[in-house]
Design a binder for this molecule. Structure first.
Ligand code: ZN
Length: 330
């Protein structure tokens, strides 16, 4: 990757335990491409929403995609690559690698060696821990919750196409109501990467671009398109997702404040608000890629993913470069 030059001051040559104030902010527009359900647990509950104030000080509900859920989807995407190239490990030195003891999410057996562990963080009961270097807020909807959500009732029919059990003759009780986010709804999100290397940055961007489904997922719902609208390197964090939402909403107010908001208008205004906010919020040094630079950079990321050998080589080199992996053979 050549393009990284402009961002070099904000990227680490090598992983280090000690933070050095290098931040890369990735500004993401997430747009639902089908009905989507973002909720905490189980079914029957409504979609996540939170009451917040807008830039005029008015309270309103916005739909929320929780940061935990977003990052989990993207991590799974990246871990597939690591699994493919055998770059997930066991957490015991001498243990043979078997399917059931290899590094996995939510099973409390992080290997403490792979890129995923080192980048997105882990904690184990015995005291080992790595803080996540991918920091994110919840993603909020640009429009208020009421304008982008709907409800539908569903009833689970028996095979005889009725609500009555064909054997017992009893009426089915499985009638429910599902609340969902309508297609074409826009959410904004900032992922802030801290002291990451070039390859770690490549992997996070690849994970974002390649992730296509979020929330409660079936084959028919949960499709989301991620568009990276900006990348800024800086020596401090810039501003919050909520500040970005409010500034963007203010710009969009006069032209597109109803669903469906035309994507081109959204992109134009939301991108403009990034520059405005940096201008007013920053206390330090930064560099934002221009639109042309961003396009080239994203293309370079896609090019690496298009050549698996090249990607594999980078992932192996990154894995071997972590201090604890000295002596590891690959
Ligand atoms: Zn691991």
């Amino acid at each position: 990757m050549n393009f990284i030059n402009a961002l070099k001051p904000y990227v680490a040559n090598q992983y280090s335990h000690l933070p050095k104030s290098r931040f890369i902010s990735v500004f993401i527009l997430r747009t639902t491409q089908s009905e989507a359900i973002f909720r905490t647990e189980g079914s029957g509950e409504g979609c996540n929403r939170e009451i917040v104030t807008n830039s005029n000080g008015q309270a309103l509900f916005r739909a929320v995609i929780s940061k935990r859920k977003q990052i989990a989807v993207e991590r799974r995407e990246g871990r597939q690559q690591l699994r493919k190239y055998e770059l997930l490990f066991t957490n015991k030195e001498k243990e043979a690698i078997q399917d059931d003891n290899v590094c996995s999410m939510n099973r409390n057996n992080p290997c403490e060696k792979c890129i995923d562990c080192m980048l997105y963080g882990y904690a184990v009961g015995t005291g080992g821990a790595q803080k996540s270097r991918v920091i994110s807020d919840d993603a909020y909807s640009l429009l208020p919750f009421d304008l982008i959500s709907d409800k539908k009732t569903f009833n689970a029919l028996y095979e005889n196409n009725t609500m009555r059990d064909p054997i017992s003759g009893k009426a089915s009780s499985s009638i429910g109501e599902d609340e969902y986010i309508v297609p074409g709804s826009h959410f904004l999100d900032i992922e802030v990467l801290r002291d990451v290397t070039e390859t770690e940055l490549l992997m996070v961007l690849g994970n974002i671009i390649r992730s296509k489904r979020y929330g409660a997922i079936t084959s028919r719902i949960g499709s989301v398109k991620n568009t990276i609208l900006g990348i800024t390197g800086s020596d401090s964090e810039l501003f919050s997702t909520l500040e970005w939402i409010n500034a963007s909403e203010l710009l969009l107010q006069s032209e597109a404040n109803e669903h469906p908001q035309p994507e081109s208008k959204v992109i134009q205004n939301v991108t403009q608000s990034i520059a405005q906010l940096i201008d007013t919020h920053i206390c330090g040094d930064y560099y934002s890629l221009t639109a042309e630079e961003l396009k080239t950079f994203i293309q370079e990321v896609k090019d690496v993913y298009a050549f698996p050998e090249q990607l594999k080589e980078k992932l192996i080199a990154q894995t071997l470069s972590y201090p604890q992996n000295e002596g590891l053979q690959k």
